[in-house]
Design a protein around this ligand. Structure first.
Ligand SMILES: Cc1cc2nc3c(=O)[nH]c(=O)nc-3n(C[C@H](O)[C@H](O)[C@H](O)COP(=O)(O)OP(=O)(O)OC[C@H]3O[C@@H](n4cnc5c(N)ncnc54)[C@H](O)[C@@H]3O)c2cc1C
Length: 445
């Protein structure tokens, strides 16, 4: 059993005990906790993502950042792991532009790679917000590790949990929970924002499908053995011909063509992948033929909340790294830079903006879990969190002076890493397009 699952299961059991006693409780907080996370029907909320609309009208309101007992345990466990195990490796991994393989193994051992995978398949069986909490805590220390975990959990695992056949779930979820990294292959050289213009093709064969084409910008591809690949099975139908397939790394014709050298999140691998007549069995079709575009839209809407959490974690990490320096270390040298009023105001302003971004992230996550429409919320969270991450990490360098600019510490890395927030899983312009389109719909009579 993984370390995080071990940490959390007692908490879960305690929650259940509280639940049985709770009907007598008059405390709104307890009632809310119980109703939201611990009532029997809500246990589904702690395993794979619930799809049905929950009636939350009678739940007393609580602060948006309030975490359930299991989510708080997740936060504590990941925070400790990030500080004890990841932090000492961050600078070296960035310089080497590679993820430490031992760390990947440890992420599996900790259970962080199978947050929402049901326990019957070896996962932690927790809810979406727990994954968000974990992604945020990891980014506070290393946004590269955070995106590895984010893509694996919110895109790959979720797609298999939601659309995989029983056979696919049995074959792959235990591996994805314990030892196999996953990648999500949608983008191509000519189809990024316009993802459904993709040119990768699939054709039916006697035994299954044959895939040919190239994917670009694929996160986790150096570490992954498992790839969800979007390819067009019937180009005459346009994007409605797109289907999702499972390809394993050892498939004949699969190759990594190029590893990108990047500005930021350098330890996270990003590669071009070639599919040269890769043959896969029938059983590796994910969901239904021609529904791939729907799956991609749905999963990316959710995935954006993960990237938004990566960005709020990054902003918080950059902020804390800098203020600890200006208010502690620098002070010991006798220079009270952190007490200049201009800087104090910037620090206060940045903290407010981080708090606002986090509220957007957690609100979007809760709405998704409640089965409510969260698309605009997810777009707002990703847009704003990436803006805040860029602003805070940039100012943090200035607060630290020269010490922010050198590669001894992590300030300059946080800033470089922040740039990706405005690009992947839908650029900032694409988020603005989504928000504007939904607002127009809402306000057009
Ligand atoms: C490090 C990294 C990791 C990635 N990981 C993955 C992954 O794991 N899987 C995957 O499938 N993809 C991945 N991507 C791809 C990523 O999602 C795309 O880069 C992104 O969607 C943008 O596409 P593009 O690079 O082709 O830019 P373009 O789409 O060419 O955009 C260029 C500019 O034009 C603007 N623009 C484009 N269209 C519009 C429009 N309609 N309205 C307004 N402005 C517009 C954009 O906002 C942007 O400013 C990754 C990318 C990077 C850099």
């Amino acid at each position: 059993m993984s370390a995080i699952a071990r940490t959390l299961r007692p908490a879960l059991r305690r929650s259940l005990t509280v639940m049985t006693r709770a009907s007598a409780s008059s405390s709104p907080r307890v009632q809310n906790t119980v109703r939201t996370f611990n009532a029997p029907q809500q246990l589904r909320c702690l395993s794979s993502t619930p799809r049905r609309l929950m009636d939350i009208s009678d739940i007393p309101p609580t602060p948006i950042m309030h975490l359930s007992e299991t989510e708080a345990a997740m936060q504590e466990a990941v925070q400790k792991f990030a500080n004890d195990v990841i932090l000492p490796k961050v600078r070296d991994m960035d310089e080497a532009e590679a993820m430490d393989p031992t760390l990947v193994e440890q992420l599996f051992e900790q259970g962080i790679m199978g947050v929402e995978i049901p326990e019957e398949y070896g996962g932690a069986g927790m809810n979406f917000t727990s994954a968000i909490v974990g992604i945020e805590e990891l980014a506070r220390v290393d946004p590269s590790v955070s995106v590895m975990v984010d893509v694996h959990n919110t895109l790959v695992n979720t797609a298999i949990i939601r659309w995989g056949s029983t056979d696919i779930k049995k074959r792959f979820l235990p591996k994805l929970a314990t030892n196999t990294v996953g990648s999500f292959c949608l983008s191509e050289p000519v189809s990024g924002s316009d993802a459904f213009a993709l040119a990768t093709k699939a054709v039916k064969t006697a035994d299954g499908y044959k895939i040919s084409g190239s994917k670009m910008w694929i996160t986790n591809s150096m570490e992954a053995d498992f790839f969800i690949v979007f390819a067009n099975l019937d180009p005459s139908k346009g994007y409605k011909g797109i289907s999702a397939f499972i390809v394993e790394k050892d498939a004949k014709g699969f190759s990594i063509a190029k590893k990108e050298k990047k500005l930021g999140i350098k330890a996270s691998s990003t590669c071009v992948i070639n599919f040269d007549d890769v043959e896969i069995p029938h059983d590796n079709l994910l969901g239904k033929e021609g529904e791939g575009y729907k799956y991609a839209i749905g999963i990316l809407n959710e995935g954006r909340i993960g990237i938004a959490a990566q960005m709020t974690g990054l902003a918080l990490g950059a902020f804390e790294n800098a203020v600890k320096y200006v208010w502690n270390d620098r002070k010991q040298f006798g220079q009270l830079v952190g007490e200049f009023q201009g800087m104090q105001h910037q620090i206060a302003q940045c903290y407010v903006e981080i708090a606002a971004a986090r509220a957007l992230v957690y609100n979007a996550a809760r709405k998704k879990e409640a089965g409510q429409d969260f698309v605009k919320d997810a777009a707002m969270a990703k847009l704003y969190a990436s803006q805040v991450a860029g602003k805070v990490s940039g100012l943090a360098i200035e607060w630290m002076g020269g010490m922010g600019f050198v590669r001894e510490g992590l300030a300059e890395k946080f800033w470089r890493d922040s740039k990706i927030g405005a690009i992947y899983e839908g650029t900032s312009n694409i988020q603005l397009n989504t928000i504007a389109k939904l607002l127009q719909k809402e306000y057009t009579s």
